[in-house]
Design a protein around this ligand. Structure first.
Ligand SMILES: [Zn+2]
Length: 195
């Protein structure tokens, strides 16, 4: 919690007024939440299908500087992990798949749309990330029913084609980050830090 620093200043008329001191003249920009290179190794490890046969998942909490404050690790099953809707910025889960393609499933996409406070879903498969970030454009999807969402997504969903899934998600207004280089930091633009 940021505390507001206040002090009293006497005006020429002698009236006391409270002014709020700002440390900076300009408001600091919203820092972009970032998973550092070394932190990325945690997810690379958890999503290594040669080590783990089940999914892991949980929330990633960022501090106001955009750095990771907490990573939750909940073990799931081979095909799924139960995560709770919360007000954390982002949730992640792994796909312990040895196949080249393992895009976010229709259920993964629907879960992100229907959990109102969640801004991003990160899916790791053997160190490769597929992140989906909500934008103001995707807000309208929240008005659709689960049935309507299912119908729309299954229309173009292809479990063997991450590229198409990415393009369709971008068409809907999502920002998608797919990074094959598992040593690079991951930036999540547009994700606002909640405190
Ligand atoms: Zn999934």
């Amino acid at each position: 919690m940021a505390t507001v620093r206040r002090h009293l200043r006497r005006t020429k008329t002698g009236k006391k007024v409270v002014v709020t001191r700002h440390r900076r003249k300009t408001k600091p920009k919203n820092p972009v939440p970032t998973i550092r290179k070394d932190e990325r190794r945690i997810f690379n490890h958890l999503s290594n299908p040669r080590i783990y046969k089940k999914e892991y998942g949980g929330h990633i909490d960022f501090n106001k500087k955009g750095q990771i404050e907490e990573i939750e690790v909940i073990p799931g099953q081979m095909y799924g992990v139960d995560l709770y809707d919360s007000d954390f910025e982002a949730l992640y889960h792994t796909h312990p798949s040895k196949y080249k393609n393992s895009p976010p499933s229709p259920d993964d996409i629907i879960a992100l749309i229907t959990s109102k406070n969640q801004q991003a879903e990160l899916i790791f498969r053997d160190g490769i990330i597929f992140a989906i970030i909500k934008t103001p454009k995707t807000k309208v999807l929240e008005k659709m029913s689960r049935k309507e969402l299912e119908k729309m997504i299954t229309h173009w969903f292809d479990p063997d084609d991450e590229k198409t899934v990415q393009q369709e998600l971008e068409e809907l207004g999502f920002v998608v980050i797919r990074s094959k280089k598992d040593t690079k930091p991951i930036k999540l633009p547009g994700v606002k830090i909640v405190e």
